[in-house]
Design a binder for this molecule. Structure first.
Ligand code: DAH
Length: 371
């Protein structure tokens, strides 16, 4: 066996037994590196005679090729072995539950607004909104609450320091009723004073300077307004009855309308819901006249005052209507059992986790309804 054959066989043997990539690389450098044994042999070809080169050239080149191929093959084998070893030791248990990620929830106020929008949509109402920064005309005057009227004292209003062109300051709306005015005025404008039927609810934020367990400076109301021909108190009562029965999901809820006073309605009625006490908790529904029953006030309502209809540019001899205003936060507390209103707006995530609604379980319209 020639020297070259022996050199080649030695390297092939070493390659075969190389344990890892590093050992293989050391062999490659020793044989085929710049100063490698086979590389140096290749360089000797230059100094040979033509005959010598013809016989030695193919042998040396053949040895170089054989060693290079063997290294490549061995490298692939080592890589495959390494991968198999990793696959055997590294395991992914796909049956484990995924790590929990914090998840937001729908605030009960948004949830109730969505429920209101859905219930009233079934009755043919659409949702209207208006600005939270109001002027004196829409919040008071057009609602038949003149400058000197004691009803203005019913609201502890947040006024802005600047005044409007009429010399009156802007204010944070004290109720959602100004949206009645905006809607009726829009309709009067669109129809040149002729008018057309209106059926709206107005969920939104309202503001009064008040703070205790049942009052917060910012709170939520829903206003209802129906304007049509031949509307009377019977329509009001049926609508409210249908609404509370759908909202509290009970058919045995009784309503009581008590005569009251609001400047923007005549006649006006405060509406009470019949409740009964079940297991120490007040439940809306049942017989309010029974031993453990009673009435709780829930909203204000009435027939829209002719002055209000006239103030908006419509003819009260042609158009009549009813309106109501109700606290949304209160509705949420009654339906879902919270007892402190202030917690609604503290932003405590533990409260939100407990009382909030899963957006995936309960599809909601929140985005579109929050004023
Ligand atoms: N705006 C009244 C308030 O905030 C509530 C109200 C009462 C609204 C009677 C109405 C209504 O539309 O008819 O106290």
């Amino acid at each position: 066996m020639s020297d070259i054959e022996a050199i080649k066989d030695r390297y092939l043997e070493q390659i075969e037994s190389a344990a890892d990539g590093d050992a293989l690389e050391a062999i490659r450098v020793a044989a085929l590196g710049k100063k490698g044994e086979i590389s140096l042999l290749l360089k000797t070809l230059g100094k040979m005679t033509q005959e010598e080169r013809q016989s030695e050239g193919p042998k040396i080149n053949g040895a170089r090729q054989a060693v290079a191929d063997a290294i490549a093959m061995r490298k692939e084998a080592i890589d495959t072995e390494a991968l198999n070893a990793r696959l055997a030791t590294e395991k992914l248990d796909l049956t484990l539950p995924p790590p929990s990620t914090p998840k937001g929830s729908i605030h009960p106020v948004s949830q109730v607004m969505d429920e209101l929008a859905e219930i009233f949509a079934d009755l043919g109402f659409s949702v209207a909104t208006g600005p939270e920064i109001e002027d004196d005309w829409h919040n008071f005057t057009a609602l038949n609450i003149p400058d000197t009227h004691p009803a203005r004292a019913m609201h502890d209003t947040f006024y802005f320091p600047q005044t409007d062109e009429d010399g009156m300051p802007k204010l944070l709306r004290t109720h959602t009723s100004p949206v009645q005015i905006r809607t009726m005025m829009d309709v009067a404008k669109q129809t040149d004073g002729a008018g057309k039927p209106i059926h709206i609810i107005v969920p939104g934020r309202t503001y009064r300077s008040d703070s205790d367990a049942t009052h917060t400076p910012m709170f939520h109301q829903v206003e209802g307004l129906v304007i049509d021909k031949g509307i009377h108190m019977g329509h009001l009562k049926w609508t409210l009855e249908t609404f509370v029965r759908a909202f509290f999901e009970r058919d045995d809820i009784t309503l009581r309308l008590r005569p009251s006073y609001f400047p923007f309605t005549e006649p006006s009625a405060e509406v009470d819901l019949g409740f009964t006490v079940e297991k120490g908790r007040r439940i809306i529904g049942g017989d309010p006249r029974s031993e453990n029953g009673g009435w709780m006030e829930i909203l204000g309502s009435g027939m829209v005052h002719p002055n209000v209809i006239r103030n908006c540019g419509l003819d009260p001899d042609v158009w009549q209507g009813f309106a109501f205003g109700c606290g949304i936060d209160r509705l949420a507390m009654l339906k879902y059992g919270m007892d402190d209103l202030r917690a609604f707006f503290d932003g405590d995530l533990r409260w939100a986790d407990h009382y909030g609604f899963d957006a995936l379980d309960v599809p909601t319209l929140s985005g579109g309804v929050g004023a």
